[in-house]
Design a protein around this ligand. Structure first.
Ligand code: FMN
Length: 326
């Protein structure tokens, strides 16, 4: 379509990343492994490996396994403040050597020089934030893409007190033309259409992909997402697996009275004992109420992408109308 009228919102980010659609898989620790990342990439989106907690050797293995499963661009997510400077530097060295297309950073505020170092190595850098001041800092340090993490989001939240509807326009206003991705509760075409109409450069989804066949999530975890309603997630600031006490996170709380593990936020992988999924409070966002079955990542991508093409059709109609009126 013509780029003179209302430009299709995701153009900038798809060109930057070399992907077909501005739909990003969140780099979720343990959950976003090679199979899921490659499935999203092969369906035209931007897959992102969850690199948090991975020792350098395992991180390198996942990056290489993903490359064997797709020839499309993909990214890797790291959380610099998680394991301390040495752990992070060791992971970062692997990323610099393997050079995926994009480095996605979260809780990166104490390590701003990583942005410049990754860019010098030829990578794109995306930084996910939950409030404006943090976005300003990331932009000042050269971030190429900002993700607005609304308080609806699942997993850990960088403050996590501002809803996407208010956060997204505020970040677009300070992004100096950089694409801003919308994250938090996005699971279907209507969500995508809404945020793209608000000016998002694309979308980033976590929970919707946890409930996909290719994710590393335990089947009981996926089922809990399917069974949950929008009332069922909770914002917490207590303990979550390995994170500093008090780091905000959103979970489907476990309400089993005699189970002390219910106070802990966590994920549960296929390789874990079912007990983990049965006892922990499981990371998930408010979009759970719109997820009614487990599906393949390709199917989930097809659903999300429909929100983009509807947007394109609206643009085409508006353009045709204005030509007729001129
Ligand atoms: C199970 C799970 C694990 C997550 N792990 C990470 C992570 O390791 N690094 C990160 O930057 N964000 C992580 N997130 C947060 C996502 O990046 C993103 O903000 C969130 O998934 C968006 O909201 P949604 O889940 O409603 O789509 C995680 C989210 C979930 C649901």
């Amino acid at each position: 379509m013509s780029t003179t009228g209302c430009e299709f919102g995701g153009n900038a980010v798809t060109k930057l990343c070399g992907v077909q659609y501005p739909v990003f898989l969140a780099g979720m620790a343990a959950i976003s492994g090679p199979k899921l990342v490659a499935a999203v990439a092969n369906a035209g989106g931007m897959g992102t490996i969850g690199g948090l907690r991975l020792p350098p050797l395992a991180l390198r293995r996942w990056l290489r396994e993903t490359r064997e499963l797709t020839d499309k661009p993909f990214g890797v997510n790291l959380v610099p403040s998680f394991g301390g400077p040495e752990v992070f530097e060791a992971q970062f060295q692997v990323v610099l050597q393997e050079k995926p297309r994009m480095l996605s950073l979260f809780y990166a505020e104490h390590y701003p020089d990583m942005i410049g170092r990754a860019k010098d190595a030829g990578m794109l850098v995306m930084v996910q934030v939950g409030y404006v001041e943090l976005a300003r800092q990331a932009i000042a340090h050269g971030a190429d893409i900002i993700t607005a993490q609304g308080s609806e989001s699942g997993g850990h939240l960088n403050r996590g007190t501002i809803g996407l509807l208010s956060l997204l326009p505020s970040l677009i206003a300070v992004a100096e033309g950089r694409p801003v991705l919308a994250a938090g509760g996005i699971t279907n075409r209507d969500d995508v259409r809404t945020v793209m109409n608000m000016g998002a450069g694309g979308v980033l989804c976590g929970t919707a992909f946890v409930a996909c066949e290719e994710s590393n999530a335990h089947p009981l975890y996926r089922q809990k997402i399917v069974d949950a309603s929008v009332d069922d997630t909770e914002y917490r600031t207590g303990y979550s697996f390995g994170w500093k006490y008090g780091t905000p996170h959103r979970v489907i709380p476990n309400r089993d009275k005699w189970n002390l593990l219910r106070f802990m936020g966590g994920g549960a992988r296929t390789i874990d004992k079912p007990r983990m999924a049965q006892k922990l409070s499981l990371y998930a966002g408010q979009g759970v109420g719109k997820i009614d079955r487990v599906m393949s990542a390709e199917e989930r991508m097809a659903e999300l992408v429909k929100g983009l093409s509807d947007g394109e059709q609206v643009c085409a109609r508006v353009e045709a109308l204005s030509l007729r009126c001129a």
